[in-house]
Design a protein around this ligand. Structure first.
Ligand SMILES: C[S@@+](CC[C@H](N)C(=O)[O-])C[C@H]1O[C@@H](n2cnc3c(N)ncnc32)[C@H](O)[C@@H]1O
Length: 418
């Protein structure tokens, strides 16, 4: 078992290394953006670094193998699996994440996309749209924006080719965020002081060319051998549609904690989802959304040691923390039988701080997996700098109270033994 305290101190000193716990600077990918190529289409919070995922897939799977990501987000793991000749299945509870992942993994001929864009632009000034009604629309959008977005959405809704329609929905979603009254570069919805000056249809056209070129350049160089299976699914509450012993590699970056005090993926996506008329309540269903009384249901001694410290400060927060790990363990119990004996599990996690105590999610994950007959192969530690994360979070959920987010992420590798 890992000696958490000593390891953590050594990581903070940037000089860590022991047999299976390695500070790996080669994985920092200094200066290289997390989302290259198609992974640059539409921002998403806490995205994987595509180079990291590519390396891990290469190391722990072979062509034709099945790869699973049960918390797939924007689909970096789907893209990398597809272009490396692996079969991929991924789930996410957030419908916007599912749309982004499908767009990034669906090559479309450039001519078709350019012709469609010309049609959207051609129709723009003649369309008399019926604007949607949803809560707070007038708080987040001016009347002019409501009309201009409605015009584009009316055109996009009439596109017959499903793949092309999805591509323009995601391009419009990028545009909606930029022209709304939300602060740029914030993942939560915060009203900005100065409104965006860019014209909606001009920005939509610019974003369209950016995404058309990303898709075209990428799939000229990379071929998709197996179309990824991307599903809108709640990994916690729904049945996992997979056969036992079918997955060679599970690679995932689960949420960091409950969406109230960590990254609110649903809140990040809400305005787009309201415009696209899709459900936007995923934060209420995400891991750890309901507090659970602390019980002995999670096989991790390190979790209970940590909770004993947090609960002295704030019992309610400790219950929320417990709920997150409890839900995570329920997911793992359901999924583990789907992995082949000898198959690998790669968890990319961050160790956030609650009430001044760092939660060693890397160690807790290992302990949970060991209880499910997996063995720990290694943990590599990388700087998180290239990953899109808010620079501060709100660990208390009190407006204005902020703490720096995590500096490192932990790549935990385990193997299913039986
Ligand atoms: C850290 S993000 C994954 C980011 C992803 N690796 C990427 O590259 O974009 C975690 C994801 O878990 C999803 N999630 C949270 N609870 C879930 C659940 N119960 N079932 C499925 N997905 C869930 C969130 O919507 C979010 O997209």
């Amino acid at each position: 078992m890992l000696q958490y305290g000593a390891m953590n101190y050594a990581v903070e000193q940037d000089n860590l290394t022991n047999d299976n716990f390695i500070r790996d600077e080669s994985l920092d990918f200094g200066g290289i953006r997390a989302g290259e190529g198609v992974n640059s289409i539409h921002a998403y919070p806490a995205m994987f670094h595509s180079r990291l995922v590519r390396q891990l897939i290469g190391r722990y799977s072979s062509e034709g193998d099945y790869i699973l990501d049960p918390f797939m987000g924007s689909g970096v793991s789907a893209v990398e699996s597809a272009v490396m000749g692996r079969k991929f299945i991924g789930f996410d509870i957030n419908p916007l994440a599912v749309l982004i992942a499908k767009v990034r993994t669906t090559p479309i001929k450039k001519d078709i996309l350019i012709d469609t864009l010309a049609n959207i632009n051609g129709q723009y000034y003649d369309i008399m749209p019926t604007p949607p009604v949803f809560p707070n629309i007038n708080f987040w959008f001016t009347q002019e924006r409501i009309m201009s977005i409605s015009k584009i959405i009316t055109s996009v809704d009439s596109i017959e080719n499903e793949d092309v329609q999805r591509f323009y929905k995601i391009t419009l979603s990028e545009t909606i965020r930029a022209v709304s009254q939300t602060k740029p570069n914030e993942f939560k919805l915060v009203r900005r002081k100065k409104p965006c000056q860019l014209d909606t249809i001009t920005l939509f056209t610019t974003n369209s060319y950016k995404n058309i070129n990303s898709l075209d350049d990428y799939y000229k160089l990379n071929k998709v051998a197996h179309t990824p299976d991307i599903q809108w699914l709640n990994t916690l509450t729904e049945a996992i549609p997979l056969e036992d012993n079918s997955i060679s590699l599970l690679i995932t970056s689960p949420p960091y904690g409950d969406s109230q005090t960590t990254v609110a993926y649903g809140q990040f996506s809400r305005l787009s989802l309201q415009w696209l008329n899709l459900p936007y309540d995923s934060d209420k269903k995400s891991l750890g959304c309901k507090p659970v009384a602390i019980n002995s249901g999670v096989p991790s001694p390190t979790l209970y040691i940590t909770l004993s410290v947090v609960s002295k400060q704030d019992l309610n927060r400790a219950m929320h923390v417990f709920a997150f790990y409890y839900d995570m363990f329920q997911c793992l119990k359901k999924i583990i039988s789907k992995i082949k004996i000898g198959g690998h599990i790669v968890f990319v996690v961050g160790n956030r701080t609650v009430k001044g105590t760092q939660l060693p999610t890397d160690v807790i994950s290992v302990e949970m997996l060991e209880s499910l007959y997996c063995s720990h192969i290694e943990t590599r530690v990388r700087l998180i700098g290239n990953k899109r994360m808010p620079s501060k979070n709100s660990p208390t959920n009190i407006t204005g109270e902020k703490a720096p987010t995590m500096k490192y992420e932990y790549i935990v590798v385990c193997k299913r033994d039986r």
